[in-house]
Structure formats: C-alpha cells, structure tokens
Design a protein around this ligand. Structure first.
Ligand SMILES: C[S@@+](CC[C@H](N)C(=O)[O-])C[C@H]1O[C@@H](n2cnc3c(N)ncnc32)[C@H](O)[C@@H]1O
Length: 260
C-alpha cells in the first residue's frame, strides 16, 4: 500500500501543470483507494507512488521509499522571503538550518547568545538569519552591511580578508561562509577553522561554476574529511544541493566533541 503524489517539473513549462496536478490528485486518489492500492489514510512512513506530469497527456509513474525520498511536495522547501532581509541569499542559510539541524536541537545549536562569524557577509542575508536567532555576529567583508543589521547592535563588521581572519577568542559557535572563491580554497579554510577549534559548527557554500561539479565536490570533501580524521576530530559532515542554491552546494560540518 502506498500514498500518492502528483508532481510536475520545476520549470516554467512544468509549473503550468500545477493546476492539472492538483485537479488530478483527488479523483486519482479515490480510484486508487477503491483499487486497494492506496492507504485509506496518509501515512508519513509509507512508500510514495509518484505521478510526474510532463504534459497534459504524458507523465512518468514511479515509486520511492521514505528512507530515500524527500517528504516535501515536489521535493521543494518553500520559504517565504523575509522583507527585512538584505538579500535573497538569506533563504539559503534558512534552508540549510532546516535541512541540517533537527528542530529539537535548535534552542541549543541555533539559540540566542551564541557567537557567530559570517565570512563574505555583505550585504547581510546570512547575517540576518543569525541576528534573527539572537546571535552576536562578526561579519567579514569589504562590502557594506545593511544599516538595519548594524542598528541591531548584534553585528560587528570588519573589512578584512575572510581567508586571513582569525577569531581572537575560542568562543565562536558558528562559522558560516558564502565567499565567492575557489571551492578548494573555501573547504581548506573551513578545515582550518574546525581543526584549530575556532568553531563548533560550520556551514559553507562551495561555488561550482566548472563542468565536473560532482567530481570536484567529491574530491574536495574527501580531502577535507581526511584532514579532519588526521587531526582526530570527531565530526558529522552533510552536503546538499539546496533548492535555493544555484551553481553551488551547501556543506555542514559539526564537531561532535562539545566545547560549549
Ligand atoms: C554571495 S556574496 C555573499 C552574500 C551574503 N551571504 C548575503 O547573504 O548577503 C559573496 C561575498 O563574498 C565576499 N568575498 C569574496 N572574497 C572575500 C574575501 N577574501 N574576504 C571577505 N569577503 C570576500 C564578497 O565581497 C561578497 O560580498
């Protein structure tokens, strides 16, 4: 027994099928229930029967299992852009938090009073997410930060090189990094932060303008993992091409040995 999802491609053409998908869902669900293919009630842990519409006449039918599929409709994490945020990039960090950090741990790991460093912070979309969670943020970028963020009193803006900045004290919980730079260089710097104990957790983007993106990410992350293993760091590493990511992936690394 399965549950049903009628979906459509996330393209301009695909989106024109959203009404049809909605209208098809109820009658299809009813007839599948009658045929005893569908469960009488929706259950989160059941296999999903996907009908992916390609047009009004054609589609694919497929089956997926809950341990290996997205629980979200069309696999998309829809987030509302907060009007006060200075850039749309803000949604990347919000999605990353939702994706990588279990909600039950938000108070401890994303709660007020934690110190954070935002490398490549201008104009402040990522800093906004940290400030919103009552963190104190050191924002590193030669570019300007939104005045609204500076007025909160939670942000210290330093116009220095994000690859050279070192925290003075070991009281930083989060480092986040959205610098547009070679992914190899960013991953190496994040490795430095984790190995030197300058942060407890890191979220960073690897920008991938090149052709061999998968190979590049695999190689870079294997090198980072090896460095962390060699340094005896107990860690969890997650990576995902988020819905709000463009030519980039988002990586999360947590040092599992708590310093705080
Ligand atoms: C994609 S933007 C960051 C957007 C930001 N996360 C937001 O949400 O508003 C990339 C930023 O990285 C900064 N950047 C690039 N190289 C840098 C470096 N070496 N040190 C500090 N900032 C750097 C750029 O100035 C640029 O503002």
């Amino acid at each position: 027994m399965v549950i049903l999802r009628v979906e459509y491609p996330e393209t301009n053409d695909g989106k024109t099928l959203s009404t049809l998908a909605r209208k098809l869902t109820v009658p299809l669900r009813q007839s599948l229930r009658k045929a005893r293919v569908l469960l009488p009630k929706e259950q989160k842990r059941a296999p999903v029967l996907h009908v992916l519409l390609l047009s009004g006449q054609q589609g694919y039918v497929g089956l997926s299992y809950p341990e290996n599929n997205s629980p979200l409709e069309n696999g998309i994490m829809r987030l509302k852009f907060p009007n006060e945020a200075p850039s749309r990039s803000t949604l990347k960090l919000e999605e990353a938090f939702l994706q990588f950090i279990p909600k039950a741990e938000w108070d401890k790991r994303l709660g007020g009073g934690l110190n954070a460093v935002d490398l490549g912070s201008s104009p402040g979309g990522w800093t906004y997410q940290l400030v919103k969670r009552s963190m104190m943020v050191t924002a590193i970028d030669n570019g300007p930060m939104a005045e609204s963020l500076m007025q909160t009193g939670q942000v210290k803006h330093l116009t220095v090189d994000g690859f050279k900045f070192e925290p003075q004290k070991k009281n930083v919980y989060w480092v986040v990094c959205d610098m547009i730079e070679q992914p190899q260089r960013v991953a190496e710097r994040m490795g430095d932060w984790l190995i030197n104990g300058w942060c407890q957790e890191a979220i960073f983007n690897l920008k991938l303008p090149m052709k061999k993106r998968y190979e590049t990410v695999t190689e870079i992350l294997a090198q980072l993992e090896q460095r962390l293993v060699d340094a005896d760091i107990k860690f969890r590493l997650q990576v995902k091409h988020l819905y709000h990511d463009r030519e980039e992936v988002t990586v999360h690394v947590q040092n599992l040995v708590l310093k705080f």
